[in-house]
Design a protein around this ligand. Structure first.
Ligand code: APR
Ligand code: PHB
Length: 391
């Protein structure tokens, strides 16, 4: 049986970033991932990084390409009522966000792990965890052989559908969930972005988002019905519908082209409490999901990893266990605020139902934002990421 200090389940951004940070602090880990390296490296996900996430990637030693290739955005646009309001992040929050795709972060992290000679066990089947009260272990099958890893701690970084959260005894976890009755249809295309900054558009036909990955690669989203399927959306239909939901001058500037990727996501808010059970830590999507409108999923995952890395480092360096004991409480305090923000931002920008009262309230929220510095400051401060608790 192999032994390591921290066994990490899942090679998404949470698992890879944790492994990388631990490695740089002299703590050994093994990452066990169900999917292939190619699959993990090719997944298209979010792309907006809070300054705190950028800082953590730099601390992990994977900031170089990001610093070179990212786009720094000092604001974004809200489109509604036929007009556009700019949310000046610099002015209202004294900060900015970085546009750099999660796909690129994953690639940088996989390369950094390989360069450090570290082990990521891709293609691991039937992963299971046990011994969480005393002597934890992770077992799996790989290339026809059964492998087992003994460890001090297990980090459950295996996403919403992972095995770690489900391995916790019934009754030990409290879960909170809201499934939003619509989805997002996303398209990636090698065309220049419609505008220099992101545009969040609230429209009677449904929400739309203009985002980007670079000056030549755009990412667009449309609110769609929860039961709709990607196959029902040809590229032509997508572009046509997007144009209808955007302000006229943006629609006129829209460059269209064949989609490189097209996918549908159901919107959900979910939190599992607590985030630590004995020697198991849950981090990232394994512990919480937010609807994507606030661009918080990846940033929250990074925030958990930041707290966990500090707690484990202190444990191994000084024997302190209080940071480990407070892991869940520290993370959840910030997580719930991001859940609240994501839920609110979704609620003011999406078509929720046919209720005329709700639509009037939505418009009142948006118009209030357009007129109030206080409202814009609140939006901006949440968008760039709330402060971290002092350790
Ligand atoms: N065993 C091993 N690995 C697993 C298992 C399992 N049983 N189940 C899932 N995994 C892997 C998945 O294949 C995936 O690579 O765990 C990883 C989880 O990665 P993510 O879902 O990306 O979650 P996380 O790393 O927490 O990142 C959160 O990434 O998914 C986005 O929108 C999300 O932006 C957010 C951020
Ligand atoms: C993205 O580019 O994928 C993206 C950007 C902003 C969001 C959500 C997703 O709020």
């Amino acid at each position: 049986m192999r032994r390591t200090q921290v066994a990490i389940v899942g090679a998404g951004p949470s698992g890879l970033l944790l492994a990388q940070l631990l490695g740089r602090s002299g703590i050994e880990s093994i990452v066990v991932e169900r999917r292939s390296r190619e699959h993990v490296a090719g997944r298209v996900r979010a792309g907006v990084l809070e300054p705190g996430t950028v800082e953590l990637l730099e601390e992990a030693g994977v900031g170089e390409r990001m610093r070179r290739e990212r786009l720094v955005h000092r604001g974004f646009r809200l489109a509604f009522d036929g007009g556009v309001v700019r949310v000046d992040l610099d002015r209202h929050a004294g900060s900015s966000v970085s546009i750099y795709g999660q796909t690129e972060i994953t690639r940088d992290l996989i390369e950094a792990r390989a360069a450090a000679g570290a082990e990521v066990r891709f293609d691991a089947a039937d992963v299971s965890i046990g011994g969480l009260g005393g002597a934890p272990r992770v077992s799996f099958r790989r290339h026809g052989r059964t492998e087992e890893i003994a460890c001090d701690f297990v980090a459950g970084c295996d996403g919403y559908h992972g095995v770690c959260r489900r391995s916790v005894p019934a009754g030990a976890l409290h879960t909170f969930e809201r499934i939003h009755p619509f989805g997002w249809l996303g398209v990636l295309a090698d065309v220049p972005p419609a505008a220099q900054e992101l545009i969040y558009a609230s429209h009677e036909r449904g929400f739309a988002l203009c985002s980007m990955r670079s000056e030549s690669r755009s990412r667009y989203y449309l609110q769609c019905g929860a039961a709709e399927r990607v196959e029902e959306w040809s590229d032509e239909r997508f572009w046509e519908e997007l144009r209808l939901r955007l302000p006229a001058e943006v629609a006129r500037n829209l460059s269209v082209g064949p989609s490189v990727e097209k996918s549908m996501a159901q919107l959900r808010s979910f939190v599992a409490e607590p985030m630590r059970l004995g020697r198991l830590f849950l981090a990232g999507d394994a512990a919480h999901i937010v609807p994507p409108a606030g661009a918080k999923g990846l940033n929250l995952a990074a925030a958990d990893v930041r707290v966990l890395h500090r707690a484990l480092t202190e444990h191994y360096r000084t024997g302190r266990s209080d940071l480990i004991e407070r892991y869940s409480e520290t993370c959840l305090a910030r997580v719930w605020k991001a859940v609240r923000f994501s839920w609110w931002f979704t609620a003011i920008t999406h078509v929720l139902d046919d209720d005329a009262f709700s639509r009037r309230i939505q418009l009142a929220e948006l118009r209030y934002l357009a007129e109030s510095t206080a409202a814009l400051s609140s939006l901006a401060e949440n968008y760039v990421g709330l402060p971290f608790a002092a350790a």
